[in-house]
Design a protein around this ligand. Structure first.
Ligand code: CA
Length: 416
């Protein structure tokens, strides 16, 4: 178990309660510019067991690149070339066939310890696209020795990042090496979402450690800002409570998978539970996703089973339920892609989420906002799946995690 330590300087704004969320809803619905909290979210349905589905003609897994050291994020450019982060701090530009790779210069120093380092990467379109990446940023001055998730961007010119700007810094930085999140999703209207983690500060056994429920900290939140780092119009106003800028939703444990649903435009995320209780969530503005007050998992140190409970248990009024969970064992989600192509029979419209535990690629069939079926593909065959993306060629690309032999793998349709 890690020791939980918090900074003494964290402001203590009021906790978010159901009453305050409802009040926020009423206030926001009466004012311009604010994003209303949907009252229906307060009564979201608990997830039900999902039947297993099975792919009959499974695509073959073709290794394009290997020998990567803990690769974390994969972005595919318009021309099929790829950007891959390594947690140690290296960003690579790969040819479309994965055979050549060149180091990209211009990434600021990262705090490469435990789960921290250079993490996600996404790219806009164009010849010299803006590239956005998340990373564990080392603290300086009075924050020396601490680390926090940050997001930067730069214009990719060949193998050089130009005009590099840090556009987000998680507050506060803490002295722990885990739960940095972090996935970046490009939203509409020049916005950008960042899915964060609680930096493993929230211990359900200790009610004083509720960063994810605290609007005075970025820990355990989804952030929505403009791509240049400025505030995004339309964010929740939290009924006037003191809140750090950019907070879109709260109560998240550790988001390592995120994507926009192409059918609805909504942000979907997957987050790690403690022991079991990994969640797939549809993120709504102003939503409270429960951590560390509610979870389907078990606290560390307790045996999984009927006797264990996180906080106040699985459910609570005013907290948004996941649309599916993994119990009693975690699958450790990382990386997400809605598949919109037509290269694989039966897969169009499916949601794919990588799994570190079980080393699988999960496929979920969907009906609107419901998960109607799911299966673990390639279980134990590819390695720990860290990321999954759809390329401009309509094929799926999988990034696997390993100390010295992380890989970029392309799923090739059977029979081709
Ligand atoms: Ca939750």
């Amino acid at each position: 178990m890690h020791t939980v330590r918090r900074l003494g300087t964290l402001p203590q704004p009021p906790r978010v309660t159901l009453a305050s969320l409802i009040a926020a809803t009423m206030l926001l619905s009466a004012c311009e510019g604010g994003q209303a909290v949907n009252p229906a979210d307060s009564a979201s349905a608990a997830p039900t067991p999902v039947p297993t589905v099975q792919t009959t003609a499974r695509p073959s897994a073709e290794t394009l690149a290997q020998g990567l050291k803990h690769p974390w994020g994969l972005a595919i450019l318009d021309n099929g070339e790829m950007l891959v982060t390594e947690r140690g701090g290296q960003l690579w530009r790969l040819s479309a066939d994965g055979q050549q790779r060149q180091p990209v210069r211009g990434v600021p120093p990262v705090w490469a310890q435990s789960q921290g380092g250079l993490l996600d990467v996404v790219a806009d379109s164009g010849d010299q696209p803006w590239v956005y990446w998340s990373y564990a940023e080392p603290g300086t001055g009075r924050e020396a020795g601490l680390a926090g998730t940050a997001v930067a961007r730069g214009r990719l010119v060949g193998t050089q990042l130009q005009d590099v700007q840090v556009i987000f810094r998680q507050q506060p930085k803490v002295d722990h090496g885990n739960h940095f999140g972090s996935r970046i999703v490009l939203g509409p209207d020049n916005t950008l979402f960042i899915g964060l983690g609680d930096r493993q500060q929230d211990n359900p056994r200790s009610p004083d450690t509720r960063f994810a429920q605290n609007l005075g900290a970025h820990l355990g939140k989804v952030i929505r800002i403009q791509r240049d780092g400025s505030p995004a119009p339309g964010n929740p106003s939290w009924n006037g409570q003191a809140a750090l800028p950019g907070i879109w939703s709260l109560g998240h444990r550790n988001i390592q998978a995120a994507a926009l649903n192409p059918q609805t435009g909504a942000l979907w995320v997957a987050e790690h539970g403690p022991q079991g209780g990994d969640e797939l969530n549809i993120v709504t503005a102003g939503g409270n996703f429960g951590w560390p007050l509610h979870s389907y998992g078990c606290p560390y140190g307790s045996l999984p089973g009927k006797g264990c409970q996180v906080g106040d248990g699985q459910h609570g009024p005013g907290f948004i339920e996941p649309i599916t969970t993994w119990v009693p064992l975690s699958m450790a989600p990382s990386g997400m892609a809605f598949y919109t192509g037509n290269r694989y029979p039966g897969w169009q419209g499916s949601l794919f989420v990588g799994a570190l535990r079980g080393a699988a690629l999960w496929r979920m069939t969907l009906d609107g906002d419901r998960v109607t079926g799911r299966e673990a593909l390639y279980e134990g065959e590819l390695g720990r799946v860290r990321d999954v993306r759809q390329g401009p060629d309509g094929l799926l690309y999988v990034l696997t995690d390993a100390a010295d032999d992380g890989r970029v793998i392309r799923l090739t349709p059977s029979g081709s």
